[in-house]
Design a protein around this ligand. Structure first.
Ligand code: KIV
Ligand code: NA
Length: 256
């Protein structure tokens, strides 16, 4: 049975952790879906496989192209697609147009956008009114890297309260879930307890309703990972040894 938004909210109530990972291609999406990943995020962290240093250059067309490939590999997981930088901040019309394209062209069920400041809360509310499910994202928001850097957010009492209020406002605007990125664990716990929609943490402690990682970090495909990522295997090394072995066999005429 495909995962629905209602299911995610039910899982929060039941205390059943939500498993989320990113996918940018058909093969990865297929593997994650078969492994039972609940929420498959076509994140703009895709910058990692395109060789960009930040998420800023990613275009809506690139997100749509990759989301279509992911969609073809997924039967069960809920697919959420990031709206990339400056494809929703300009105006509510721009956000509806971009999110509408994602849903109509890819078959994904929801979009994610960054920020919880008042105009973004209004945008979320208008998207939801238009029938577009929206996931929020507060704390460290990588599309604001030139303002925030990649530092942990919400460290002072005041900054923490600001993030808490943004999360509450996003829930009130109709967001169905919210990513909490790189904030103190006690703040994430407080937000998780306060909200009735699920929180999905990344670098936000163990008490969120679910956890997400960037798949290329979890697999050790990226050269460097953020401090909060856990590298479960080293595919970079594994691929390198396979290539070395192939090269040796070809040189020594042992393959084919
Ligand atoms: O782009 C992404 O992968 C994300 C997750 C880290 C939440 O936004
Ligand atoms: Na993202």
């Amino acid at each position: 049975m495909p995962v629905t938004i209602q299911q995610l909210i039910q899982w929060k109530q039941q205390g059943r952790s939500i498993i989320s990972l990113t996918a940018w291609d058909y093969i990865t999406a297929q593997i994650l879906d078969a492994a039972g990943v609940d929420l498959i995020l076509v994140g703009d962290s895709m910058a990692a496989i395109l060789g960009y240093e930040t998420t800023l250059p990613i275009t809506l067309d690139e997100m749509i192209y990759h989301a279509k490939a992911v969609r073809r590999g997924v039967n069960r997981g809920l697919i959420v697609v990031d709206l990339p930088f400056l494809t929703y901040q300009e105006s509510i019309q721009q956000a509806i147009h971009s999110a509408g394209r994602v849903l109509k062209e890819t078959g994904a069920k929801a979009v994610k956008l960054e920020g919880g400041y008042p105009t973004m809360v209004e945008t979320v509310s208008r998207l939801v009114e238009a029938g577009i499910p929206v996931m929020g994202h507060v704390g460290l928001t990588p599309q604001s890297v030139h303002q925030l850097g990649l530092r942990q957010q919400g460290k002072t009492q005041e900054a923490g309260e600001r993030i808490l209020h943004q999360a509450i406002a996003l829930e009130e605007a109709g967001a169905f879930a919210i990513v909490l990125e790189h904030i103190p664990a006690d703040l994430a716990l407080q937000i998780t307890q306060k909200l009735s929609i699920p929180t999905i943490g990344i670098g936000a402690g163990k008490d969120c309703d679910g956890q997400v990682l960037v798949t290329s970090d979890l697999l050790g495909l990226t050269e460097k990972q953020p401090p909060f990522a856990k590298v479960y295997t080293n595919l970079r090394q594994i691929i390198n040894s396979a290539v070395q072995e192939f090269s040796t066999e070809v040189r020594e005429k042992n393959f084919p």
